[in-house]
Design a protein around this ligand. Structure first.
Ligand code: SAH
Length: 397
């Protein structure tokens, strides 16, 4: 492929690219050729000129190039986009997450995990929600839209672009909105049989935390006849899974009244009234201090406490505090589902943090399950940073 614009790396900086890691940091660049602008496709060369592949350029960002291909013969055209999206769709179908009765919610494109650094697409029953995290992906929006229509056919009736907040952080002007069709009248996103109202426009991320599906399913299997407290519930994903699994009583706790309103709507949409599902609008830490003796299972799924490596120490203290607070008053034999979605806190560190929380709470605990993000949020073998969600199921004795 002829790409006029090129960047040349400093000596030895090609090593990670040769290992197919998709990020070129700004400090690794020796020279730039051509009038390169934000979002341009650039050819990436090693110091002495060897062509390493092509990627999207982002001036001013610490990740200056996000590689799209490491193949010097590949051409990034509409066919390339079509086959990228087609392959992502095929994988979700292979996993039984799309085109099946009972499940119509999944992540369709997971950035680096699907070889598309800077792009997230979630799928909610015939509606795709796109988040572009880079100038290059924003420039590629038309191609992405066309590829989604091409690959999904009648399984797609609307595409919503929800990138403005992310792009404004990069000082790129953008507006959210429907770029193709809209949600159908009979829209009914399902996760393993559970129906969910997805607030695409005002909700967090693309509207729903798709990444907890398998962990919610595990909770469902363990919930029969149990009482469950779902802390940091958002719109009640874990709560609905527990209710469908036969929980006798579930309480959703969140500091956001809007999230709780939707949690209640979601419980009701699945046939559970206020007797089975309660809402607690509170600060999680304050509430946990008052004790959680009454529950058989407690879920702790806080927002990312560490958004960067520099924030890691404080984040670990935060995880330790909420976990020890919960463990202190949980009844013997009960289960704690505890999570971290901070990429900067890895599995080992999270496990150590929860263990030290148990020591502080003076509780004997057993680790029953180690949990992760599901396979529709794949981790590229060449980009281990893509692994971000981790959790433990702990039995408190
Ligand atoms: N478990 C959810 C996702 C949790 S997202 C799911 O499966 O969908 C994190 C949630 O924590 C958000 O809904 C946010 O409103 C809530 N939150 C953030 N800080 C909080 C606090 N201090 N106390 C209670 N809830 C909080």
């Amino acid at each position: 492929m002829t790409v006029e614009k090129a960047i040349y790396l400093k000596p030895k900086k090609e090593v990670s690219i040769l290992r197919r890691h998709p990020w070129v940091f700004s400090g690794a660049i020796r020279a730039i050729e051509g009038a390169v602008q934000a979002g341009d496709l650039v050819a990436v060369h090693a110091n002495k000129g060897r062509l390493l592949g092509y990627g999207h350029y982002s001036p001013g960002a610490s990740i200056a190039v996000r590689m799209l291909t490491f193949n010097d013969e590949e051409i990034i055209d509409q066919d390339w986009w079509n086959s990228k999206v087609r392959s992502a769709v095929d994988m979700r179908k292979q996993l039984g997450l799309m085109g099946v009765a009972g499940n119509s919610i999944c992540r369709l494109i997971h950035a680096e995990g699907d070889g598309a650094s800077g792009l997230i697409v979630d799928y909610y029953d015939r509606v795709a929600v796109i988040q572009t995290h880079s100038a290059g992906m924003r420039e590629s929006l038309d191609s992405i839209q066309e590829a989604l229509i091409h690959s999904l056919g009648s399984e797609l009736v609307g595409i919503y672009n929800k990138s403005a907040k992310l792009l404004r952080k990069l000082k790129i002007a953008a507006e959210d909105g429907w770029i193709y069709g809209a949600a159908p009248d009979d829209w009914k996103p399902l996760e393993y049989g559970g129906a969910f109202e997805i607030d695409i426009l005002l909700g967090q991320k693309t509207g729903f935390f798709v990444d907890q599906r398998e962990n919610r399913a595990l909770l469902g299997r363990l919930s029969k006849g149990k009482s469950v407290l779902n802390v940091f519930s958002y719109t009640g994903g874990f709560s609905v899974a527990a209710l469908l699994g036969g929980a006798t009583k579930v309480d959703s706790l969140d500091s956001s009244s809007r999230a709780l309103e939707l949690a209640q709507i979601n419980a009701e949409a699945n046939g559970f009234g206020k007797d089975a599902h309660g809402c607690i609008e509170a600060d999680a830490m304050e509430y946990l201090k008052s004790g959680v003796t009454g529950y058989d299972i407690v879920v702790l799924d806080p927002p990312a406490f560490a958004k960067s490596v520099s924030a890691r120490h404080k984040a670990v203290q935060g995880y330790k505090r909420i976990n020890s607070r919960a463990l202190e008053s949980m009844k013997p034999g009960s289960l704690l589902f505890t999570f971290s979605c901070s990429q900067a806190v890895d599995d080992r560190l999270f496990t150590h943090t929860v263990i030290s929380a148990a020591i502080q709470a003076e509780r004997e605990v057993q680790i029953l399950h180690r949990l992760h993000q599901p396979p529709d949020h794949p981790v590229s073998a060449f980009h281990p940073e893509g692994s971000y969600l981790k959790g433990l199921v702990i039995r408190v004795n």
